[in-house]
Design a protein around this ligand. Structure first.
Ligand code: ARG
Length: 274
């Protein structure tokens, strides 16, 4: 069935991975602290709540099985980047995540996608590459390489590419500090970018700036379903800013995933970019 044509699932499909072996067992970003590991039962219920919100607000979900021994596989935004029936798979920067690649590859093959990979360098999928209409916004500096983004854009026939450098290790993926709401409007944490790259973003899309104390709660890491936005809890200034632009915020508690450096967006991969 074509989920996008269903009135019940009007916002398209996302790939998710139900946490079966989720944990913090290594440190590859500043959020991960081996002395603050996630509480498993709470993580499971937070994931389920996010899952229910996406379904209730008109998103269709597809599932990839969580492979044992790859605790970060729940962060499916890092599986790759999809456009139409093509996917460019991730090539992870760190060996700690590289073992996820064959599992994601198998899923995309089985789902009938034409599967591509970058020839050189690291690329971490939708974590660092976000579509806003026809424009692909890309971040580099920590996980993905600048040259990889150029290759991805060519593979997916992207006409307009905006590439910016990430400068704060806490915001190591673009989706931790930037979130397109429409082709013309995005949430941004200005502190994650240098002045010239912030200006570059601003020339391409109107920006709603989030306060730093909400950025640090991962407020930019949001799942957008039309005018409904599912995002981390505790960020009232951003919810108000969204409301003033006609959006409804649906806060969900994701504390156990923030311990690994991810939240709502990281836990889902958009499957219907046109
Ligand atoms: N622990 C994971 C990592 O460091 C978190 C990934 C978050 N994903 C994202 N799209 N920002 O790779």
């Amino acid at each position: 069935m074509n989920a996008t044509s269903s009135p019940l699932f009007a916002h398209g499909r996302w790939l998710v991975c139900k946490p079966k072996d989720y944990d913090v067992r290594y440190q590859i970003n500043p959020w991960m602290d081996l002395s603050k590991t996630p509480e498993k039962a709470l993580a499971a219920s937070q994931w389920m709540n996010l899952h229910h919100h996406i379904l209730r607000l008109g998103g269709w979900l597809e599932y990839v099985e969580h492979a044992q021994g790859w605790p970060d596989m729940v962060f499916t935004a890092n599986a790759g980047l999809v456009r139409g029936k093509k996917v460019v798979l991730s090539k992870f920067r760190h060996k700690e995540r590289a073992g996820e690649e064959p599992h994601f590859r198998d899923w995309f093959h089985a789902a009938g996608y034409k599967v591509f990979e970058v020839a050189k360098g690291a690329f971490e999928g939708e974590g660092d590459a976000l579509f806003a209409g026809d424009t692909l916004f890309c971040g580099y500096g920590f996980r993905s390489d600048r040259t990889a983004h150029e290759e991805v854009a060519a593979l997916l026939n992207v006409k307009k590419l905006v590439v910016v450098q990430l400068q704060d290790p806490r915001y190591y993926h673009l989706d931790t500090c930037f979130c397109p709401l429409t082709p013309k409007l995005a949430l941004v944490h200005p502190g994650a970018f240098n002045a010239s790259d912030l200006a570059l973003l601003e020339q391409s899309i109107e920006l709603i700036r989030v306060p730093p104390e909400e950025a640090v709660q991962f407020v930019c890491n949001a799942v957008v379903l039309g005018t409904d936005v599912v995002l981390p809890s505790g960020c009232t200034a951003t919810y108000k800013a969204l409301a003033s632009r006609g959006y409804t915020a649906y806060p969900v508690a994701l504390s156990e995933f923030i311990k690994a450096g991810g939240a709502a967006k990281c836990l889902s991969l958009k499957l219907d970019n046109v």
